[in-house]
Design a protein around this ligand. Structure first.
Ligand SMILES: Nc1nc2c(ncn2[C@@H]2O[C@H](COP(=O)(O)OP(=O)(O)O)[C@@H](O)[C@H]2O)c(=O)[nH]1
Ligand SMILES: [Mg+2]
Length: 328
């Protein structure tokens, strides 16, 4: 039987150094790509892009319970859309909940998810740091009539990290899966057999996250509670996020950034031309909206406006009603 890499799930091979799954010796547990990632933190980008229909089609043939992960910063119609397309019994997990500011009332976020994203099934907030969320998921699995559990969700949501925390809890840390700050770390289903059933980690659904430098994606990967900063903006001012995005509201506005504190934001005046030559889009933003920059974070925009963004494509962002303000 072909052997799968414990880190990313692809079938291992020792013939082609350039192809996925390469290992010098088939006795190893990890392919070369995962070995280098785990030991030297070297990340090799994928030569191919994956297709979410592949996972959805695959799930049609499988019987089991799905835990669907979306991290708090990437909640939007595209990422939740895949959840609705899964026919199996399922539960939505909002991951990386450790970065949610304590001032945000979780119940309100839950109501917002019910109302705006039509989530009927229960929702759970989970994180690598929350032992209670890990216990809850273990309990759900132990008391479930299914004995196959699929960890699906968007790429980089923290699926493999969460599974590793469960393995730690069960004192099975020698079976860790490869994780990284970059999307596309897990490449296929990885099967972990446990006493109460089998967990399958997956490659995850890709989505239209912002095409940014690797270093920036790493910076955007927040490991601490967020401290959102609110900017009182005049119509003549713009906000610049790193050297990536420029944003301007055509009216005086109050704009709050939710994202990694490692990302620098700067206020500039109209006569500053930075990033103005980049691709430009104009969005109609209603009162109390969130503009999600997929893969990076989101801006809360208090007042209705026309918002100009430089450095972003239409499909890399979404305007959604916010859980802040008076929407919920
Ligand atoms: N703040 C925070 N970061 C996390 C958490 N879980 C994972 N991460 C980070 O998110 C990135 C992606 O994690 P990974 O498990 O590879 O995601 P996957 O693609 O869904 O399997 C890594 O940099 C992790 O350190 C969490 O609970 N909280
Ligand atoms: Mg993974």
């Amino acid at each position: 039987m072909s052997k799968r890499c414990l880190g990313c799930g692809v079938i291992m091979q020792s013939d082609n150094e350039e192809a996925l799954g390469y290992t010098k010796s088939l006795d190893m547990d990890y392919c070369m790509r995962c070995f280098r990632l785990i030991h030297y933190r070297e990340f090799a980008k994928l030569p191919v892009s994956y297709d979410e229909n592949k996972i959805l089609d695959c799930m049609k043939k499988k019987k089991g319970f799905v835990f669907y992960f979306v991290d708090f910063l990437n909640i939007c119609k595209e990422t939740i859309g895949h959840y609705h397309r899964i026919a199996s019994p399922k539960m939505l997990l909002i991951s990386k909940s450790d970065i949610i500011p304590k001032s945000i009332y979780i119940k309100k976020v839950e109501e917002w998810l019910n109302k705006e994203f039509h989530i009927k099934d229960p929702i759970l907030f989970v994180s690598q740091k929350s032992k209670s969320s890990q216990k809850k998921v273990l309990e759900l699995m132990e008391n479930n009539q299914e004995n196959r559990f699929y960890f699906l969700g968007i790429t980089n949501a923290g699926k493999s990290t969460f599974l590793n925390s469960l393995l730690d809890m069960l004192e099975e840390e020698n079976r860790h899966i490869a994780v990284s700050e970059m999307p596309d770390t897990t490449l296929d289903f990885i099967e972990i057999k446990l006493s109460f059933g089998t967990i399958y980690d997956s490659q995850g659904f890709s989505y239209h996250y912002l095409d940014a430098e690797d270093d920036l994606i790493r910076l955007a990967n927040n490991k601490k509670e967020m401290k959102p900063i609110t900017y009182q903006m005049k119509e003549t001012e713009s906000l610049i996020l790193e050297n990536l995005i420029r944003l301007n509201s055509d009216k005086n506005n109050s704009i709050t950034f939710f994202g990694s504190a490692n990302l620098k934001l700067q206020k500039v005046y109209e006569n500053n031309v930075r990033l103005k030559n980049n691709h430009r889009i104009v969005l109609e933003v209603p009162n109390n909206s969130q503009v999600v920059l997929k893969g990076i974070g989101f801006f809360y925009i208090k007042h209705a406006c026309m918002l100009t963004l430089y450095g972003v494509r239409e499909y890399e962002c979404e305007v959604i009603p916010s859980f802040m303000g008076g929407n919920v």
